[in-house]
Design a protein around this ligand. Structure first.
Ligand SMILES: Nc1nc2c(c(=O)[nH]1)N[C@H]1C(S)=C(S)[C@@H](COP(=O)(O)O)O[C@H]1N2
Ligand SMILES: [Mo]
Length: 175
C-alpha cells in the first residue's frame, strides 16, 4: 500500500475512534444523570435542553397531595382500579414557576427512554394528569427494584394507560 493511503486510513480511523469515544462519554454522563435523579427521587425540568429547575419529593408533595383511583388497562391485564397518591402535574409545574401558557408541549421522559408528550390543553385539564409516588399507600419503588417509580405520570382519561409514564425523571418544556 502507498504510504499516502496508509496515512489517510490511519487518520480516518483515529477520527472515527475519537467520535465513538466522545459519544460513549456523553451517553455515560446521561445514564449517570438519570440514575442520580432516580436515586434522589428528583425530576429535572428542562427547557431547550437546559435544566431550569429540579424538584424533589418534598417539593412535589407540597404542591397539594391527593388520593384518587384510576383504571389501568394494559395489553396483558384486564381493566383494574388502582389507588394512587400524587399531585396534579400542572400544580407541581406551576409551583416550580412554570407558566403553562408559555409552552406548547410538555414531554414527560422516563429512565428507560419512554417519552409521553402532552399539549398545554391536556396539562391544563382538571383532574386528569397526575404525578404520583404511591400506589395503595406504598412507594412506587424503582425500575431496578421491579417497581414503577419513583414517580409515575397517570392520565385518568387515557383508556388504555399507554400514555401513563413509569420511571419519570425529566419533563422537557417546548415553546
Ligand atoms: N417508562 C415507561 N412507561 C410506560 C411504558 C413503558 O414501556 N415505559 N409502557 C406503557 C404502557 S403501553 C402501559 S399499558 C402502561 C402499564 O404498563 P405495565 O403494566 O407494564 O406497568 O405503562 C405505560 N408506561
Ligand atoms: Mo399498553
Amino acid at each position: 500500500m502507498k504510504k499516502r493511503n496508509i496515512i489517510i486510513i490511519s487518520t480516518v480511523s483515529i477520527i472515527l475512534l475519537i467520535i465513538v469515544a466522545v459519544f460513549a462519554f456523553l451517553n455515560a454522563g446521561n445514564v449517570r444523570e438519570k440514575k442520580n435523579l432516580e436515586e434522589s427521587k428528583t425530576i429535572s425540568i428542562k427547557s431547550g435542553g437546559i435544566e431550569i429547575r429540579k424538584i424533589d419529593m418534598e417539593f412535589i408533595k407540597s404542591a397539594g397531595e391527593k388520593d384518587f383511583s384510576a383504571i389501568m388497562d394494559t395489553s396483558d391485564s384486564e381493566p383494574q382500579e388502582h389507588y394512587y397518591t400524587g399531585v396534579p402535574l400542572k400544580n407541581a409545574l406551576q409551583k416550580a414557576g412554570v407558566d403553562i401558557g408559555d409552552y406548547k408541549m410538555f414531554s414527560v421522559k422516563a429512565i428507560d427512554g419512554y417519552v409521553v408528550a402532552f399539549n398545554k390543553e391536556e396539562i391544563a385539564d382538571d383532574d386528569n394528569i397526575y404525578i404520583v409516588y404511591k400506589e395503595n399507600g406504598k412507594d412506587l419503588g424503582t425500575k431496578s427494584s421491579g417497581g414503577r417509580g419513583p414517580y409515575q405520570v397517570i392520565v385518568r382519561k387515557d383508556q388504555f394507560s399507554m400514555r401513563w409514564c413509569k420511571y419519570v425523571v425529566e419533563i422537557e418544556l417546548s415553546k
